[in-house]
Design a protein around this ligand. Structure first.
Ligand code: IPD
Ligand code: CA
Length: 324
């Protein structure tokens, strides 16, 4: 078993592993962009689709990075469990293998579509759950050199700067002041797509100040943790997209919630749980395939409950999706 005193050492190991894997992504990203023939370029990173879905991509680099991270984690932590996006994609285990054991949750490249297109919003994500709760996270964008880390109860950081960046964090009176983020995701069935489009329409018509879509759930969440964007929602995400970043957001004083209200959590893992907003008491189910993230709005997070209610009131019906 591991205890909170072990977390800084475990985080440091995870950071070193992410840094070791980074050249696989950086070299492939840059060597591709120097080539002029796009077909040769695509062949270079061996782009394939998952499960017959033409907009759900995987590359040889995703596989190589996951293998390297797994092998390093296994040699450092032989007693722990491991879940990875690409390994799970080939598995028939629908429970995602999440147990009470310390479990490393890995997304080798969050933002694979960006990687394929040469857009620099890509991240290696390494999270650790203990008793099914995320306790530490590393989100590393090796192209831009952005390293985000967080440890439950010990704060979160972007390249060494404590998050959130604004001190004190600005209040957020209403959606009219909010720069919001969401994604279309890879499920383009008619009912899912129309629910997502309607939700975006309702939130923008509230009105909201602006809409962004960076193509990586983890980077979206880190932008909210920084306070550069105000909220992010998505249906269809998986635990590996959000596990590491969820610790970074919470430790920056933000809220990580599901679309629908959950019961209160029995204990308070974050330094801000116990504060007055009701939503900070809610449990978060990382396997529920939905996420709603709001930035820190100040020490007392005044107005957070009202803002979350106004967003939840505009979310479309949650599409039917299997749990991870
Ligand atoms: C995807 C990205 C994308 C989000 C999808 C994820 P991937 O992960 O995070 O922004 O919309 O839901 O699956 O496929 O790039 O690892
Ligand atoms: Ca991902």
């Amino acid at each position: 078993m591991v205890s909170p005193e072990d977390y800084p050492r475990l985080l440091q190991t995870a950071v070193s592993i992410a840094e070791k894997a980074a050249p696989l992504i950086v070299d492939a990203f840059h060597s591709r962009s120097r080539q002029s023939d796009s077909l040769a370029a695509a062949a270079d990173i061996k782009v394939a689709t998952k499960g017959g879905n033409p907009v759900d991509l995987v590359t040889a680099t995703d596989m190589a990075v996951e293998q390297l991270i797994f092998s390093e984690l296994r040699s450092n932590f032989p007693d722990h469990a491991f879940v990875g996006e690409e390994t799970m994609a080939q598995s028939t285990d629908s429970s995602c293998g999440l147990s009470d054991r310390p479990t490393w949750i890995v997304d080798p490249i969050d933002g694979t579509t960006n990687f394929v297109h040469g857009l620099p919003f890509v991240a290696i994500c390494i999270g650790l759950t203990v008793n099914k709760t995320a306790v530490l996270g590393v989100v590393f964008n090796p192209i831009l050199g952005d390293l985000y880390t967080g440890i439950a109860g010990q704060g979160s950081f972007w390249n060494g700067k404590q998050l959130p960046l604004f001190d004190p964090p600005r209040p957020l009176e209403s959606l009219a002041e909010a720069l919001v983020i969401s994604e279309y995701g890879s499920d383009r069935s008619a009912s899912v797509l129309s629910s997502k489009v309607e939700t975006i329409h309702r939130i923008m018509a509230a009105p909201s100040r602006g809409f962004r879509s960076f193509g990586s759930a983890a980077i979206n969440m880190c932008f909210v943790a920084r306070g550069s964007c105000d909220l992010y929602w998505e249906a269809g995400i998986h635990i590996w997209d959000i596990c590491a970043a969820s610790v970074i957001v919470r430790e920056a004083g933000g809220a990580v919630l599901n679309w629908t209200r959950q019961d209160a959590q029995p204990s308070a893992p974050s330094r801000l749980a116990g504060c007055s907003p009701q939503v900070l008491q809610e449990q978060f189910d990382p396997l529920a395939r939905s996420v709603l993230v709001v930035r820190c709005m100040g020490d007392s997070n005044q107005g957070l409950d009202a803002l979350v209610e106004s967003v939840r009131g505009r979310l479309g019906p949650l599409p039917e999706m299997s749990r991870d």
